[in-house]
Ligand binder design. Structure first.
Ligand SMILES: Cc1ncc(COP(=O)(O)O)c(C=O)c1O
Length: 388
């Protein structure tokens, strides 16, 4: 008989994702309008799919170089320089990964010694804190506030830094708030990172999806290039979630360390997906722009509609999420999301699952058709009337 658990303490203590719980609740329900899923509603453009098919027809079915196809790394380098004014060597500063998810994982594992702290700016993507813990580090949550448009304030950052702080995990535009940090915001945070000699892991997966202001990469801020680990990928802007392809760029020393971990854990990212991504970078700018304009249209619709029905909603600068406040209803975000799902069959994600600062809000993805958004808004308005 087995008397003890075989699980590691880290695995045992890790909580399942709060998002999953809501998907499980919604699964099997009929007539659901879902604003829950954080992925594009566009199918990957045919041109990229065809490139992957062709690669298979031509027999490119073996491993690629560990860091990814050199052609692809060269295209990534050209793209990063063209779009974001940051220069990385395809030879030793870019690694093609299994989604941005794996990029975050190898970044953390490459830099953390046991017990070192990573400041996690919340509300944020649900994987950051668990991945810090898995890498042996200690996540230190810092909550942003709706009063400051969910922007991390320099004084908040400085107050959270201790002698054990190794890095700050930050995401702009953000999931779930949609907040985009301006160049000045980034400069102010950079000053503190430089002063205290900490790294920044900058999740720039939504960089293509900004609607009001030009995008600035953290790595392009003066003094930040060497201390930024830049995470990006194809899932969001290129509508390629299922292909599982991302990339990470960093200085040579960190890149070499990440590549060792990647070699042992993964070997290389999927080959056919790399060929699709190559096509996306060479010929995809028009598709990206078309999708961005469509999201922008939906963003404007959903944000003004929430404000009209009495749920205060700040205007998100990027990504494809609205994050309205539900505080006026007196319900917690879990209670609101659960009741809305049961009574009106609208799936949203309660803000509290994204960490400090998320309570009192719901995350609504607007990567769904305008008709679905209209239907969701009608149901949410009825729900509010029934509970007023
Ligand atoms: C902020 C953020 N980072 C990373 C990811 C993971 O992306 P990928 O599909 O490339 O692993 C997501 C997915 O939702 C995200 O929202």
């Amino acid at each position: 008989m087995i008397k003890t658990s075989y699980l590691s303490d880290t695995a045992r203590e890790m909580k399942p994702s709060g998002i999953r719980k809501f998907f499980d609740l919604a699964a099997g329900m009929e007539g659901i309008v879902s604003l829950g899923v954080g992925e594009p509603d566009f199918v990957t453009p045919w041109r990229y799919r065809e490139a992957a098919i062709l690669s298979m027809e031509e027999g490119y079915t073996s491993y690629t170089a560990n860091a990814g196809l050199l052609d692809l790394r060269e295209e990534i380098a050209a793209y990063m320089s063209r779009r974001f004014q940051v220069t990385y060597s395809p030879e030793n500063q870019i690694i093609v990964t299994v989604g941005a998810s794996q990029a975050i994982d190898i970044a953390l594992r490459a830099i953390l010694n046991p017990g070192e702290e990573v400041i996690v700016v919340e509300p944020c993507f649900v994987s950051y804190a668990p991945l810090v813990a898995l890498a042996g580090g200690k996540p230190v949550s810092v909550g942003t506030m709706k009063e400051s448009d969910f922007k991390l304030l320099p004084e908040q950052l400085e107050a959270a830094i201790t002698p054990k702080t190794k890095a700050i995990m930050i995401c702009s535009p953000n999931n779930p708030t949609g907040t985009q940090l301006s160049k000045d915001d980034l400069k102010a945070l950079a000053e503190i990172a430089i002063k205290h000699d900490v790294l920044v892991i900058s999740d720039e997966i939504y960089a293509e999806l900004v609607y009001d202001d030009a995008y600035t990469s953290f790595a392009a801020i003066e003094g930040m290039y060497e201390r930024t680990i830049l995470i990006s990928g194809f899932s969001k802007g290129f509508a390629m979630t299922g292909w599982r392809l991302g990339f990470v760029c960093a200085n040579k020393e960190i890149s070499e360390a990440m590549l060792k971990i990647h070699q042992y854990a993964i070997m290389c990212a999927p080959t056919s997906a790399q060929y699709a991504a190559l096509e996306a970078l060479r010929y995809g700018a028009g598709y990206v722009e078309e999708m961005r304009m469509s999201y922008n249209h939906r963003r404007n619709y959903i944000v003004s509609s929430f404000n009209e029905i009495g749920l205060k909603c700040h205007t998100p600068g990027g990504a494809f999420y609205a994050f309205p406040s539900i505080e006026s209803t007196g319900m917690s975000s879990e209670e609101f999301a659960e009741k809305l799902l049961i009574e009106e069959k609208v799936a949203v994600v309660p803000g509290n699952v994204f960490g400090i600062g998320g309570e009192g809000h719901i995350r609504c993805s607007y990567a769904t058709s305008i008709d679905q958004l209209r239907e969701a808004l009608t149901r949410i308005e009825r729900f509010l009337n029934n509970h007023s």
